[in-house]
Design a protein around this ligand. Sequence first.
Ligand SMILES: [Zn+2]
Length: 374
Amino acid sequence: MTRAFRIGRVFGIDIEIDYTWFIIFLIIVVGLSSGWFARYLPNVSPGVRWLIAGATTLLFFGSVLLHELSHSIVALRSGLKISGITLFLFGGVSKMTDEPRSPGVEFRMAIAGPLMSLALAAVFLTASYFVGQLPGAKVLRTMFHWLGVVNGMLAVFNLLPGFPLDGGRVLRAGLWHWMESLGDATRIAASFGQGLGVLMIVGGVFVFFTTGGFGGLWLAFIGWFLMQAAQQSYQQLVLRQALSGVPVSSVMTEEVDTLPSDITLDRVVNEYIMTHNHPAFPVSDGGQVIGLLCLPDVRSVPRESWGHVTAGEAAPPLSEHNTIAPNADAWNALVRMSAENCGRLVVLENGILRGIISRTDIMRLMRNRLELGL
Ligand SMILES: [Zn+2]
């Protein structure tokens, strides 16, 4: 996600905040100060109530982060790669580049988050009970009470058996163990996820029209998100299974036009991009490939400078982000491309240009395989 920025790093895991997170943060702060806190703390001035609501919302997202960290830490301990945790509109998500290798690992990873939320619910409710015995601690008691209830709800919601929710992952682990097929298990667990999403949309719309409450719309919105996520994660698995073991060299384009590094951008546009109809070219200097120039790189240079900025200056240098080895998996190429907006990678072997691979190349392979029924 390019719309996210990093706020820190815990156990080697990047913690990021997506810009949509600010929307949900505001919604919760407003909802809390005009709802829960207005009801239970009527004597507190509105200004102070806003502050308390802000602090409570931060503690809530701290809880969401602990939930995600529990998933991530179990994953790391099982030898899986976790690239980071992002807080966004719908809460938190752990970005996994690997999938669990066995039903047992999947089960432990999935259950860790809800268990953490349940533990937090118990801690906050107990704290609210004991703080409640002290005089003048009404604010803290109210905060802890809400946090306890909400963490409990978070655990219950995430345990619903629809993939890719945690409960859906638990279901998939069970099916995987029982049916011995990750594909079949994912298909069934994902259809539960889609069904659950549809139920939430229908229920949410019904609640909205009968009570006019905003909560109904929100439920429908989350249902829609769940439905999409279920569908995507199944398609991703199908794609992954089809592309695993297919080497980049069998999909790549070998005939590649390279740009001399000293050519100016207006010539690149007129003589290469417009005539060759390719959106990306490797840049070479003295027979050595030094970078990959893509349309977005050209666009990021102001048009009036195209006459003197060269391809070598505008192209990002070769790195692990825009190159891949010919014997690498086509799936890995796709994962690497999705992190960049170029949609192409330079295929390099010991520093020598072997070809270029694009998303289109991979999609063409998929289409051919589907048509041949492979
Ligand atoms: Zn979770």
